[in-house]
Design a binder for this molecule. Structure first.
Ligand code: G6P
Length: 360
């Protein structure tokens, strides 16, 4: 069942493995037998009316929002900003004329996000909440809700909710594209199904990831994640996962920013994990890896089939570039899991953290 570990040693591992199933459940829940999407007409209307989307979220959900921005801009043609909830409430940017607020929250209870919701409702703006918990506070107080269908997530470190959030944001973007008669040169729903299969392949490669952890992360003090474009967003999530549960000091950086400061931290043997799933930046990110390797870094490149080179540490199956985060995040989740396991940490209940933070 959803709230029992069964044969799994930890909820986190179980929830990582559930991701293909969740992906397929999302596709089914939002699609009818005629390949039509089943989003409420009111949501479609709000998406068509708005001139800018403001995504508000915290933690892992914020990282999913960054990936979602790519869909909303590239597929639905709507300028999209992504904001950390706790910053937005105290430092509100200048809003567009017809903003639509999209709250992303696994629990639907995060106080920082709720405080933004209260403020923007007072201002009279529409709000859509994407959440895993039907009837949660954010869902009840928003105009519209989209469900994640991920099933209960028990481990404090969020995994299946992140991929579910990205998938639902893709569906929202496709639905809007269709409503606005924007022609896409690929079928995003079919790509989500391909991603589900790819994730399944990855969850069968746990031993390879565990071996990478054993030889590269078992005793390290710190680790860096670098990427460009949407790989950068996955790096932020990869670093968050690693620090949350293994307590390794980890940071995600945009590949090009390294030379502006962080490269000073590279020493002999410093692990640098690089993501390379985006063709337009493949050359650039690989030069960034060369820069750190020249200073002694221990590099691990996670590339996508089609862009790989012989020396890469790990290659994920090929999927459409736009939805690559759904797939490339899985080895990052597994890296964090095995790092925590090998360092003797409490994987499902890391110190100082709560599953849902209901205080500001
Ligand atoms: C807490 C959890 C994180 C989560 C964040 C946002 O800090 O430990 O894993 O990403 O809250 O939670 P939400 O339920 O709003 O997605």
């Amino acid at each position: 069942s959803d709230t029992e570990k069964g044969t799994y040693p930890h909820f986190m591992l179980k929830e990582i493995d559930e991701q293909p199933l969740v992906m397929r459940r999302i596709i089914q829940s939002y699609q009818d037998d005629f390949d039509r999407l089943k989003l409420a007409p009111e949501i479609r209307g709000a998406m068509k009316r708005c001139d800018r989307i403001y995504i508000i979220a915290a933690g892992t959900s914020y990282h999913a929002g960054l990936a979602g921005k790519q869909f909303l801009e590239n597929m639905a043609g709507i300028p999209t900003e992504v904001h950390v909830a706790s910053e937005f409430s105290y430092n509100m940017p200048l809003l567009s004329e017809h903003p639509l607020f999209v709250f992303i929250s696994q629990s639907g209870e995060t106080a920082d996000s709720r405080s933004v919701l209260v403020k923007i409702k007072e201002m009279g703006h529409p709000a859509l909440t994407i959440t895993n918990v039907a009837g949660s506070t954010l869902s009840r107080e928003s105009d519209f809700t989209l469900h994640l269908h991920a099933g209960p997530e028990i481990a404090v470190a969020s995994t299946k909710a992140y991929t579910a959030q990205i998938a639902v944001l893709a569906i929202l973007a496709v639905d809007t594209a269709r409503a606005k008669e924007i022609r896409l040169d690929f079928d995003p729903l079919q790509e989500l199904a391909i991603a589900a299969n790819a994730i399944e392949v990855l969850t069968d490669q746990k031993e390879t990831i565990e071996e990478l952890v054993r030889s590269n992360l078992a005793t390290t003090q710190n680790a860096f994640f670098i990427g460009r474009g949407s790989d950068y967003f996955v790096c932020l999530e990869g670093a968050l996962k690693l620090k949350e549960i293994s307590y390794i000091q980890a940071e995600g950086f945009a590949g090009g920013e390294l030379k502006h400061g962080t490269i000073a931290l590279i020493e002999e043997g410093t692990p640098v994990i690089a993501l390379a799933t985006q063709e337009n930046v493949n050359y650039a990110i690989r030069s960034n890896v060369q820069e750190v390797v020249a200073r002694g870094a221990n590099d691990m490149i996670f590339s996508m089939r089609g862009l790989e080179q012989d020396s890469d540490a790990f290659v994920v199956p090929q999927v459409h570039e736009l939805i690559a985060p759904l797939v490339s995040v899985v080895p990052m989740q597994l890296l964090a899991y095995y790092a925590a396991l090998h360092r003797g940490c409490d994987v499902d209940k890391p110190r100082n953290l709560a599953k849902s933070v209901t205080v500001e």
